[in-house]
Design a binder for this molecule. Structure first.
Ligand SMILES: *Cc1c(COP(=O)(O)O)cnc(C)c1O
Length: 219
């Protein structure tokens, strides 16, 4: 079923949209099936889970980190991931830069925006994003490639639309002001229930879990 689910989703996507499979709690075998269906980007929330999956999948896909990155996991994370979508502080950016320096690697990142302004959520507030980006752009081993947002989750995708619109406005503004060494290329937003709304509002990476793999046990 996984392969068919992926094929169906991809067949309905506009061409400029990249499908990222959100793989938390999925087995390497399930992830491989998603790749066979045409997935090219794997999104992982947990470094340890990614390490297990990486042993099987390796470089057959691009690896994006989409969870909350703890400082003590940064070294391991930069070995596996091609992109970290959840940078939301200068101190985390600094840790990533340092770890990449040791690995002799330049990593792509997205800045995670807390578009819903939810207290318990990660991400930087929209009005603080520009200054974080300008500061982070100074690190030699980090390349900023765009923005990511979750938005509040209520079950009704229409409730997410205003937050997707706000994040797209911010994305366009940041692109316009042309910050040196920053490439505003990717806007990662939308999940299984909201990706269609996200695409309408300008997303070009969507992160889909349940609609590819089925319901998760737990979480
Ligand atoms: C789990 C997850 C998704 C996908 O969620 P689904 O509702 O299963 O599609 C997307 N983004 C992030 C950051 C996630 O943790």
């Amino acid at each position: 079923m996984i392969k068919e689910n992926v094929r169906k989703i991809i067949s309905e996507l506009p061409e400029r949209i990249e499908l990222e499979a959100a793989c938390k709690k999925r087995t390497p075998k399930e992830i491989m099936e998603a790749l066979q269906g045409g997935v090219k980007i794997i999104g992982e929330n947990y470094v340890q889970e990614a390490e297990e999956a990486f042993k099987v999948v390796g470089n057959k896909a691009r690896w994006h980190f989409i969870g909350h990155l703890q400082k003590n996991k940064v070294k391991k994370a930069v070995r596996i991931f091609d992109m970290i979508e959840t940078v939301d502080s200068l101190s985390l950016a600094g840790e990533i830069d340092k770890a990449c320096g040791m690995e002799k690697k330049v990593i792509e990142v997205l800045i995670e925006v807390n578009s819903g302004r939810e207290k318990q959520k990660f991400g930087i507030l929209p009005e603080k994003a520009a200054s974080l980006i300008m500061d982070t752009a100074g690190f030699n081993n980090i390349k900023i490639m765009g923005l990511m947002t979750m938005g509040p989750m209520t079950g009704d995708p229409e409730d997410a639309r205003p937050y997707f619109i706000e994040t797209k406005k911010l994305f366009d503004k940041l692109r316009e002001i042309k910050i040196p060494d920053v490439c505003m290329k990717y806007l990662s937003m939308g999940m299984s229930n909201s990706y269609k709304v996200a695409i309408e509002e300008g997303a070009n990476i969507i992160r889909v879990g349940t609609k590819i793999f089925g319901e998760r046990n737990g979480l």
